[in-house]
Ligand binder design. Structure first.
Ligand code: 5RP
Length: 221
């Protein structure tokens, strides 16, 4: 049964609260999107425990600062214990498809620095195969047409999003993919000249999935 927005928001809040139990001290990596926003609001309640956060987008940085949480430049941080973020789709292997909010590149960079990626989702995001949600690919503007042609060769239908990323680039959302081997496709797309990164987070999957269901939050590792 499809959930309405209020029910989905209740699940996002529940899973955000569950993620707070992973917050110990130090600097926390924080993702982007509506589920991450619930996490930021919960993080604000325990901000005395932490030194601050590294943000995966300007929007997240702004929300953290509005709560009085110090935002650190990633270059001033050697490692992060945890990175907490949502996903657009996630499988039982904890491979993710992300970037619906357009922050995929910074998300991938901050996640790369973190020892543990904690993915927070409601159960609508848990899928057997990735690709029903269009795959975001961040691209340098001058390479748009060339990258689009290469993505068509891979079997997708790229559509330009009316959006500019925090890095000043464009996004092609690739429709029509059934992603049976996410690690292979992630690598192939990243090898196309002009691609900054793509929204497959499979080479470095999540370490923990906290999945909110109407029967409580399930933990998958
Ligand atoms: C942003 C992302 C988000 O994590 C993803 O889009 C999920 O967002 P939401 O929690 O709003 O459903 O990758 O770039």
């Amino acid at each position: 049964m499809a959930l309405d927005k209020a029910q989905q928001d209740a699940l996002k809040l529940e899973v955000a609260k569950a993620a707070i139990t992973y917050v110990k001290d130090g600097i926390i990596g924080v993702g982007t999107g509506s589920t991450a926003n619930f996490f930021i609001d919960e993080l604000a309640k325990v901000k005395h425990k932490i030194e601050g956060a590294v943000a995966s987008s300007e929007a997240t940085a702004q929300r953290l600062r509005n709560h009085g949480i110090e935002v650190f430049d990633l270059n001033s941080v050697d490692s992060l214990d945890i990175y907490v973020d949502g996903a657009d789709e996630i499988t039982e292997h904890l491979h993710m498809l992300k970037g619906g909010g357009g922050a995929l590149t910074r998300e991938k960079i901050v996640a790369a620095v973190a020892k543990s990626f904690i993915c927070i989702c409601d159960e609508s995001k848990y899928v057997p195969v990735l690709g029903k949600f269009p795959l975001p690919v961040e691209v340098l503007s001058m390479a748009r047409s060339q990258v689009a042609r290469e993505l068509v060769k891979l079997g997708g239908q790229p559509k330009l999003r009316d959006f500019t990323t925090d890095n000043g680039n464009i996004i092609l959302d690739v429709h029509g993919l059934t992603i049976s081997d996410p690690i292979e496709l992630e690598t192939k797309i990243n090898q196309i000249v002009g691609v900054v990164t793509n929204g497959l987070f499979a080479s470095r999957p999540a370490n923990v999935l906290l999945l909110a269901t109407p029967n409580g939050v399930k933990t998958l590792t």
